[in-house]
Design a protein around this ligand. Structure first.
Ligand SMILES: Nc1ncnc2c1ncn2[C@@H]1O[C@H](COP(=O)(O)OP(=O)(O)OP(=O)(O)O)[C@@H](O)[C@H]1O
Length: 444
């Protein structure tokens, strides 16, 4: 039974409210002042507090300050919106204006209790997830992952630029999100941009914004993604794919904390923390003059290296179970288990596409499985499938993709190529990574 504390100096109101709420199944205690309430113990011991805005010598606002996580509803005898607004600003969850309708009061109390219970449940779930996985839902207990978690803990609260390195699908974006969530900027936006997925011709306008008329088709002034991230974090995935002009602009933003939209004459102040990621060897690109050295030094302040799955086989069984639960939840299926043969095959497989590939394989297996145990056949892993035709079919699809891309990449844009293949630009880019078909770099 929820426990409600009423702090109200007018005994007639206090008793009437207490009796009414008790009749509706709540356990209620009434006191006449904040002092009397505190004499009984901390206010946080209660599930909800109903407090008068004007208490003897005190303000209801002091109750809010004492209540900690317990929700406070303010009762105000002047239906003056000012004091109610002030109370809400100070953290009251709601207010009721006296004289109030009993039914309305009850509904307000019940809603506040419900929301508080939900918040507590969420906090408990989050604590559970954090206890299971040291960093916000990132699975891994192997030595290399422990080092990653240690770095994340250390670096997240600072405002330092972070460079996340790792093969495709190793969890770079997940780490970027964890860094944001554990930083002072967590209430600000996190804007994630995959530089490889935006056509070169659009990337500057997308990132830096543009003025009306800056180029053909710019029919209005638009804020860019960097400005949208102001007050928060900008995650630039695949930063090595940024064309040279955008690299130069980004460097200026980082040096001066100022951004100039394409076509603008004035700069604007921006306050973003940059987290960058790439699967490429940046020093090599710097050597080949494909990536600016000064920008490399700017972004490489703190490095987090994500190990590929093949270097942490100990994590594979736990990751596989995690992905299985995730897929069942997403696909609305009752919980399933992994058969011993499936687990053995998963552990033995090489996973060139890392965790993303493991996740996709398991999701497909959940769809294909016809009972609640995923078998090795359901996984349809190349080389382990007991149906050789299946493996061949997969192979020929890949061969087709390879041939199509190689034949057309010279004369089609990436957007057009993706459209002709019936997939998104990001999917095309990911498939290129997986099959080792990097996009030819464009001149200039
Ligand atoms: N350690 C992990 N624990 C749980 N899930 C993970 C882990 N690593 C990756 N994942 C999941 O795998 C998928 C791919 O991860 P993510 O997008 O972060 O990889 P990435 O390195 O950014 O890939 P890319 O460079 O190809 O964009 C996501 O669904 C992510 O949630």
């Amino acid at each position: 039974m929820a426990d409600v504390l009423i702090i109200e100096d007018e005994s007639i109101i206090r008793d009437a409210v207490a009796r009414y709420l008790e009749r509706h199944g709540l356990s209620v205690k009434g006191v006449e002042s904040l002092e009397a309430a505190l004499a009984e113990g901390p206010l946080g011991n209660h599930d909800l507090i109903l407090a008068d805005m004007r208490l003897p010598g005190r303000s209801g606002l002091e109750v809010i300050a004492e209540a900690g996580a317990t929700p406070v509803i303010i009762m105000t005898s002047y239906a003056s919106i000012d004091s109610a607004v002030e109370a809400m600003r100070k953290g009251a969850v709601d207010y009721v204006a006296k004289p109030f309708d009993n039914e309305e009061l009850r509904l307000t109390v019940e809603r506040a209790l419900r929301e508080h219970a939900l918040q507590r449940q969420n906090a408990a779930l989050k604590a559970q997830v954090n206890a299971d996985y040291p960093v916000d839902g990132i699975v891994g207990r192997s030595g290399p992952m422990k080092q990653v978690f240690e770095r994340v803990h250390r670096v997240a609260p600072t405002d330092t630029t972070v460079l996340i390195l790792g093969e495709s699908g190793t969890g770079k974006e997940l780490v970027a999100r964890a860094l944001h969530d554990r930083s002072e900027r967590r209430d600000g936006p996190l804007i994630a941009v995959n530089c490889a997925a935006i056509p070169d011709t659009l990337i500057e306008a997308e990132l830096f914004g543009h003025e009306k008329g800056a180029f053909t088709g710019a029919d209005r002034t638009r804020e860019g993604l960097i400005e949208a991230a102001s007050g928060g974090t900008l995650f630039l995935d695949e930063i090595a794919e940024l064309p040279p002009a955008a690299q130069a602009r980004l460097l200026r933003v980082m040096q001066e904390s100022e951004i100039r939209r394409v076509g603008a004459s004035q700069s604007r102040h921006v306050d973003v923390r940059l987290i960058a990621a790439t699967h490429r060897d940046l020093p090599k690109l710097v050597e080949a003059e494909a990536f600016r050295e000064d920008l490399y030094f700017r972004i490489n302040v703190m490095e987090i290296r994500l190990p590929p799955l093949r270097n942490r086989p100990d994590d594979i069984p736990e990751l596989a179970r995690f992905m299985l639960n995730k897929a069942c939840r997403r696909l609305n299926r009752p919980a399933m288990t992994l058969g011993d043969d499936a687990l053995a095959a998963i552990t033995a497989h090489d996973w060139p596409g890392n965790v993303r590939e493991l996740e996709n394989t398991i999701e497909r297996a959940v769809i294909l499985a016809d009972n609640d145990t995923v078998s090795v056949e359901d996984l349809a892993l190349p080389g382990t499938s007991r149906d050789p035709d299946n493996a061949n079919a997969d192979l020929s699809l890949e061969e087709y993709f390879r041939a199509f891309v190689r034949t057309h990449e010279g004369h089609l844009t990436e957007t057009e190529l993706a459209r002709r293949l019936g997939i998104s630009r990001k999917a095309l880019w990911q498939k290129r990574q997986r099959l080792g078909l990097p996009r030819p770099r464009q001149a200039g």
